[in-house]
Design a protein around this ligand. Sequence first.
Ligand code: DSN
Length: 417
Amino acid sequence: MSNVHPAIQAFDPAVADALRHEEERQSEGLELIPSENYVSQPVLEAMGSIFTNKYSEGYPGKRYYGGQEFVDVVENLAINRAKELFGAEHVNVQPYSGSPANTAVYFALLNFGDTIMGLKLDHGGHITHGLPISFSGKSYKVVAYEVDEVTKRIDMEKVRALAIENKPKLIIAGFSAYSRSLDWKKFREIADEVGAILMADIAHIAGLIAGGALENPVPYCDVVTTTTHKTLRGPRGAMIMCKEKYAKAIDRAVFPGLQGGPHENMIAAKAIAFKEALDPAFKEYSKQTILNAQALSTELMNFGFDIMSGGTDNHLMLIDLTNKNVTGKQAQEALDFAGITVNKNTVPFDKRSPMDPSGIRLGTPAITTRGMKEAEMKWLARVINDVVNNWENAEKLAELKGEVKGVCSKFPVPGIN
Ligand code: DSN
């Protein structure tokens, strides 16, 4: 791995060193953060391509600068492939990332002060779904729905009651830390009942939907936003899908409403990632990602771990570590020490702070990309249990790190190994 970036090495050894160490970290350790994944070599190459040199404000065929003939090709490829993947009427592939995509939807369809309804952040929602200190929380009146205190699942009857009481203009169905399938049909019925626009934020599960492993919300929703990385395994970025009647408003909100020049290198990479997701192999990947998450959560429960809602329908799980007498921060740091990357996370109704919460969040998109299956999940649950039980024992953690490195060496990382 020592000379894989000769141009960077020759000009800027400090950056080359950091890059090399990060490559080692990514390939010698286990990546369990559910929003992370490993992109393919073609996606990596497109991101690092000379499409980055080009400015292209506007949309294909209607740009404000010359020299757009090849940029238009890749942007149209990305749009058409996304339409094919999700069955969307209209797609905008220019949002720089998930938060700008969500902001563009609000900017397009709402007036400041309108009421929006989203899942509360510490119950699994996202900051852009109405967290009081975020743009979404400061600009709109937020009514947050929660998970049930006992089942830790979203109770659609409570969502309905809240919607009837508050008449939101926009209902957001989506999450960053929730392991159960959403009832898109029921969300649609509730939105119709109260006259709300329905938006799904599928950033976490877009790849599972594209691969046919989870139900597609596009037919039920007015607007669907997603990042293009995470389970979709493309470049960092996002897109907005919507019904034709919202197309003009959404496009205007993205450009010139909120953004300037789109990042066409990232759009080229999105086009490639969508082509990969259209391949039958991606169906297998999305299915296996869920099977792995289910196997891992079952094994962890066998070790006494408290998995929120008692399992998972998707790629992630949230664990309350209170019964293990370790905090989320302590567990994250011990796992890091053993070469396993997770993120500390609040759990619903958490009494601890977000910087040192009660839980951790795990997911299987990246390890499934490496080719790991149920047998490795069984092994992994045992290692996680060993780490948590020995979180203060540096010698044991070092031993486990060696074990993790040994297993990882058998599962190459696309784009690195
Ligand atoms: N930061 C992402 C995640 O980790 O889920 C959400 O935007």
